[in-house]
Design a protein around this ligand. Structure first.
Ligand SMILES: C[C@@](CO)(OP(=O)(O)O)[C@H](O)COP(=O)(O)OP(=O)(O)OC[C@H]1O[C@@H](n2ccc(N)nc2=O)[C@H](O)[C@@H]1O
Ligand SMILES: Nc1ncnc2c1ncn2[C@@H]1O[C@H](COP(=O)(O)OP(=O)(O)O)[C@@H](O)[C@H]1O
Length: 308
């Protein structure tokens, strides 16, 4: 990827256990996050003047769900947070930039598209502005943007604990394919957490590696997404999506990701997932099939800058 482009991959929660609740209302999680090939793209263009301001233009399939230059957009918020972090003296020397977001992931859909965009914006701006900040500071900035943003910084399979910010490496994953299906209805994350059934699920036991998809599916089948029933009650079409995925030829496991509504299914290979996709397509459903993202996006120590 060019230094002025970043892909923001969809985050998939292969299981999600709610293990507790903090006093501030946030839930403690144990979740295995992986990244699918499906992605938004952020492209950076040089703006006019200095001050480190980040403009935003949104294009792509799901652009109608978002507004240009919106202060609430997680990309614009990531820029503002980074500007505040470096302080006014440094910020006023930074070139203004425009980010063009090609939005190809459905919005508010349990695959962390907004979080992935925020993490991609942090990576892009650090490179473009030639800034280097410590890993600990970067993680802290990411956590302020959202519980899902830290895991999206590296886009590597990871076990998420705490509220999502405590990351440890995932088991080594076997070759497999994935399908993602979203029925077109956004589901509110806070509403799903609020309406889930009371009680907690213990932390899962995970091996260091899964050599085959059958091994991984056996273990994942013993785990759950504790938000799935609540999301299905709010948006019953999720159940229809899950039924369609279970019935798809070659599907080995189907489950909802995050707080929904997007569901995923695992297949023997990316080709098997792509071959099954036509059987699942229905009305205006968003259907994606392919491989996991296996490259990650960890920041290199060297920083590429925008031309002065
Ligand atoms: C549920 C998960 C699982 O990966 O995924 P998504 O459905 O968002 O993709 C995440 O924890 C979502 O992370 P993110 O979307 O960044 O959440 P935040 O903006 O920090 O929080 C939104 C709201 O969700 C609830 N929340 C979020 C995370 C958490 N560990 N406990 C919570 O209770 C809180 O009500 C919070 O106000
Ligand atoms: N760049 C962005 N892309 C998507 N959603 C965004 C973005 N910036 C802010 N948001 C807001 O963040 C919320 C969560 O979006 P998203 O990360 O797509 O969903 P989820 O957390 O369910 O996976 C949405 O309500 C959306 O309005």
């Amino acid at each position: 990827m060019s230094p002025l482009r970043e892909l923001a991959h969809a985050k998939i929660n292969l299981y999600l256990h709610v293990t507790g609740r903090r006093d501030d209302g946030y839930h403690l999680l144990d979740s295995l996050a992986v990244f699918a090939g499906a992605a938004d793209e952020l492209r950076l263009e040089q703006g006019a003047g200095r001050g480190g301001h980040v403009g935003l233009r949104v294009e792509g399939t799901f652009a109608p769900g978002l507004r240009d230059d919106c202060a609430d957009n997680l990309i614009v918020r990531a820029g503002a947070l980074l500007r505040a972090h470096v302080g006014p003296d440094m910020a006023h020397r930074l070139p203004n930039v425009d980010i063009v977001l090609r939005k190809e992931l459905p919005v508010a859909s349990g695959i962390g598209g907004g979080s992935a965009d925020a993490a991609a914006a942090l990576r892009l701006l650090l490179k473009a502005w030639g800034l280097s900040i410590s890993r600990a500071d970067l993680m802290a900035l990411a956590t302020r943007l959202g519980a899902d943003v830290p895991v999206c910084l590296d886009q590597m399979p990871a076990r998420m604990e705490g509220i999502g910010e405590e990351l440890t490496p995932a088991p080594v994953l076997p070759p497999c394919g994935m399908m993602l299906v979203n029925c077109g209805q956004s589901v509110s994350t806070p509403q799903v957490f609020r309406s889930r059934a009371p009680g907690f699920t213990p932390r899962a036991g995970l091996p260091a590696r899964w050599s085959t998809l059958a091994d991984m599916v056996r273990d994942l089948s013993a785990q759950t997404n504790d938000l799935q029933d609540a999301a299905c009650a709010i948006c019953p079409e999720i159940t229809t999506v899950l039924d369609a995925l279970h019935a798809a030829p070659g599907c080995r496991l189907a489950r909802m990701s995050g707080s929904g509504a997007t569901c995923f299914a695992l297949f023997d290979s990316p080709e098997a997932a792509q071959a099954a996709a036509p059987a699942v397509r229905h009305g205006n459903w968003w259907v994606w099939a392919g491989d996991l993202c296996r490259t990650g996006a960890r920041l290199e120590p060297r920083a590429d800058s925008l031309p002065a």
